[in-house]
Design a binder for this molecule. Structure first.
Ligand code: ZN
Length: 280
């Protein structure tokens, strides 16, 4: 165990299993860079931001909240994360995204031993396992160990891993897809930041993760600061939950400081971990 801060919850937002559409009050400027106008003084074309990415079956939007430059960057990491770790899960749960339920029917499975070897398996036989990382507590609210830039371990939930189906393809072992940790941390930080901007209001706090979220990191790159503000609290226990996803805003007290923080728990009903983000 490491010394870590304490989260004091203030307001919980839940996302039930079925997608419900909802619109929050228009934000009126980019939540990431703060701009309302472009370099020529013309009003920016602002687009809607989903609080939780739409591909995860969540329909709550913050209108007029992202400029074209920031939108391009966040869309890039979100679509790569969607493909890398969530596609078979989305399909298994029939999550409704922008274009309805995913149309793809075959998914790659790594059945290699020493090197990766992908085989495409139809969903009905695909051993769908939801895998999310357990993280060390973030640097901004703990005395986390040095060189802890990788996840601590992974939490898994078996949706459809049937040994008989695997036998049919003569598969006796497989591994899940690798998770790009920087992009994963960006996705969690984005959810926390956008919700905090809406809930607390622009200008009420000094944003800590906006620049991280709007940085265009190449895939697979190592970044020094991705766990600066994103992590798990090891002493905070997650209760059983009927909700698909949860977001909870509050404060983390650590080292005599009290920072605005957001707890993000994706797939809460599958007993996945909560991530805690210090937003400002
Ligand atoms: Zn922007």
């Amino acid at each position: 165990m490491f010394a870590e801060g304490v989260f004091c919850a203030e307001h919980l937002l839940t996302f039930p299993a079925q997608k419900t559409k909802g619109k929050l009050e228009a934000f009126g400027r980019c939540v990431y860079c703060g701009r309302q106008k472009d370099e020529h003084g013309q009003p920016l074309r602002l687009t809607s931001e989903h609080i939780i990415p739409e591909f995860l079956g969540a329909g709550l939007e913050l209108p007029d909240a992202s400029c074209p430059t920031c939108q391009k960057i966040t869309a890039t990491f979100e679509s790569s994360i969607a493909q890398d770790i969530f596609d078979p899960v989305r399909k298994s749960f029939s999550l409704v995204g922008k274009d309805g339920v995913l149309k793809k029917t075959n998914f790659p499975l790594d059945i290699g031993r020493e090197t990766s070897a992908h085989e495409f398996i139809p969903l009905i036989h695909y051993p769908t396992i939801l895998v999310l990382p357990m993280l060390y507590p973030a640097a901004s609210y703990s005395r986390r160990p040095r060189d802890a830039d990788d996840p601590f371990n992974f939490r898994m939930f078996n949706i459809n891993a049937d040994p008989k189906a695997l036998q049919k393809y003569a598969i006796d072992q497989f591994s899940s897809q690798a998770i790009d940790m920087v992009r994963f941390a960006q996705m969690i930080a984005k959810i926390a930041h956008v919700y905090a901007m809406h809930h607390l209001g622009y200008g009420t706090f000094k944003p800590l993760v906006a620049d991280f979220v709007r940085t265009d990191f190449p895939p697979g790159i190592r970044c020094k600061s991705h766990f600066e503000h994103v992590g798990c609290l090891w002493q905070a226990k997650d209760a059983k939950s009927p909700n698909l996803h949860e977001i909870e805003i509050g404060k983390i007290d650590w080292n005599g400081q009290s920072l605005n923080a957001v707890r993000v728990r994706l797939f809460a009903s599958c007993d996945m971990p909560s991530y805690y983000v210090t937003v400002g």
